[in-house]
Design a binder for this molecule. Structure first.
Ligand code: GDG
Length: 496
């Protein structure tokens, strides 16, 4: 759920009198996530302005927030900042402080160097440190306390993602009157892997504080239910888990898949703009009007399979099955988690590989790989999606992968080919993509060649089906389905 690239829409911080993270008001609907959906900027006159991040989640929740008198609790993005609640574009934001040490231990440490690799099939080795775990519990308690403080009686609280897995239980302990939802944006691993976590019982208990636990894939919900059975012996078969309530009865917890999506209309709207289409033509021309532009767009992360993609492309060039000038790979690798050691190493490896490929295959006039270690405005991303003939999503493991859906949404003329890893959640829905196993380099190469040569008629048949699927299941539908299930679940339990 990360889109760290702010739009130009600005709101100004209000200067209330409540201490940080507190608010005299009470809210009926509260979203809790690690990061508030805003970035802090300094205006030319020295005042603080907030730029809203254009994530799909924000867009999807905007109408819900407005209708339900909502607030969003999270960290505002700067260490040690103690800020008052403020409004941005009509949304009440309640910032919580994180110290530099907490960021190092709770965020970069436990979230990004323990849970992230563990939950992504241990592609990188997870680090386990007790002081990171302690910081994780402290910060989760702070988030739970803040939500408990500002929730109106009987309010609904929607907690997001792996940084905050303990919050549902911590919140329920203080406020049993609340309806609590949790959505897990990344995979939930098979028990054999999950079991490595020294705090495996505490984390599952934390999640079971929710009424509804949402996952990206059916397989994730199944893995979670199995972990519950193995660790606690509860009757747990997705979609229902029966958790003892301590008084001889039980609470029902729903654990099932709610595949997340994108704000399709906003991508289509950008893709229709004449200046964005002109920019796409310009990109093609700047690349020397090749027959095939392959595109990869990822946060620079070891889960995304960027190395596998480069390897396959390099071998195709080496074997003469693709030729520089006819084909180019554009790889946007937006900077991510740059203080975590595994990410520094990955960047070095990728940049070494790109340098070698260009050194070996580029000519004075044409690169083999156009590598961009930048974040771009959304308009530029859409221009790239419009310019690309083949989108490469080769993740080794990915909760969903929104880039795949964004590419599909932007292909207004029903052309272009999506090559999609079966290890990305999106593969469950986007069956008309060319599905690949990124570990099988020969298979990946075959799919890349097939994509480059695919007749227009087949492209259209596939892309039409993909577009229908994405349009019918946009992010508004995702949030309303989740919230309907949550409403239903809380009625059921209060009727018992
Ligand atoms: C996590 C899960 C799950 C990237 N670079 C730029 C940019 N982006 C945008 C993309 C897309 C988003 O960031 C990335 O989303 P993904 O889904 O591809 O991946 P994660 O960041 O790993 O997200 C993932 C997601 O949460 C949602 O639940 O799908 O599985 O890992 O929207 O377009 N946007 C702009 N400039 C960039 O340079 N504007």
């Amino acid at each position: 759920m990360t889109d760290p690239h702010p739009t130009a829409s600005h709101g100004t911080a209000s200067h209330g009198t409540a201490p940080h993270g507190t608010d005299a008001r009470r809210y009926d609907f509260i979203v809790v996530s690690n990061r508030l959906p805003v970035d802090r900027r300094t205006a030319p006159d020295g005042s603080t302005v907030w730029a809203r991040s254009p994530g799909g989640l924000v867009t999807a929740l905007e109408p819900v927030m407005a209708a339900a008198d909502g607030a969003w609790v999270g960290w505002a993005g700067a260490p040690d900042a103690e800020l008052d609640p403020f409004d941005v574009d009509g949304t009440r934001l309640v910032p919580l402080p994180l110290s530099a040490l907490e960021l190092e231990r709770y965020y970069e440490g436990f979230s990004n160097d323990t849970l992230w690799p563990l939950y992504h099939d241990v592609i990188a080795a997870p680090s386990f440190h007790r002081e990171w775990w302690e910081a994780y519990t402290t910060v989760n308690q702070r988030f739970a306390d803040a939500a408990a403080r500002i929730a109106a009686p009987g309010a609904t609280v929607w907690v997001h993602d792996y940084q905050l897995q303990l919050v549902p239980r911590l919140l329920r302990e203080q406020r049993p009157d609340l309806t609590i939802g949790y959505f897990h944006h990344i995979p939930f691993p098979p028990y054999g892997i999950y079991a490595q976590l020294p705090w495996r019982r505490q984390v599952v208990e934390g999640l079971l504080g929710a009424d509804v636990i949402g996952f990206q894939r059916v397989a994730d919900a199944g893995n979670f239910s199995r972990a519950v059975r193995r660790l606690f012996g509860y009757a747990a078969k997705s979609p229902e888990i029966r958790v003892p309530d301590g008084q001889g009865g039980h609470r029902a917890v729903v654990a099932k898949a709610f595949p997340i999506s994108i704000d399709v209309e906003s991508f289509e709207e950008i893709a229709r703009r004449p200046e964005v289409q002109e920019r796409a033509r310009q990109i093609r021309a700047d690349l020397g009007d090749p027959d095939t532009i392959f595109l990869g767009v990822d946060r620079l992360d070891y889960t995304k399979g960027i190395r596998h993609r480069l390897k396959a492309f390099g071998e195709l060039l080496g074997e003469g099955r693709l030729r520089v000038g006819d084909a180019v790979l554009v790889q946007v690798a937006s900077p991510s988690r740059e203080r975590v050691e595994a990410y520094m190493q990955l960047r070095d490896e990728i940049e070494l590989t790109v340098g070698r490929l260009n050194g070996t295959y580029a000519t004075i006039s044409h690169s083999a790989v156009s590598y961009l270690h930048h974040g771009y405005p959304r308009e530029e991303m859409v221009a790239l999606y419009l310019a690309a003939d083949v989108m490469l999503v080769t993740a080794l493991r990915d909760g969903m992968n929104l880039v795949a859906k964004e590419y599909v949404a932007c292909r207004l003329h029903d052309d272009g080919v999506l090559v999609l890893s079966e290890f990305a959640g999106a593969a469950d829905e986007l069956k008309n993509a060319l599905l690949i196993n990124p570990h099988d380099i020969e298979g990946l190469k075959e799919a890349m060649v097939t994509a480059a040569r695919m007749p227009r008629r087949e492209q259209t048949t596939r892309m039409r089906a993909l577009r229908r699927r994405v349009r019918d299941n946009d992010v508004a539908r995702w949030s309303s389905t989740f919230l309907d299930t949550l409403r239903h679940a809380s009625h059921q339990s209060s009727a018992r």
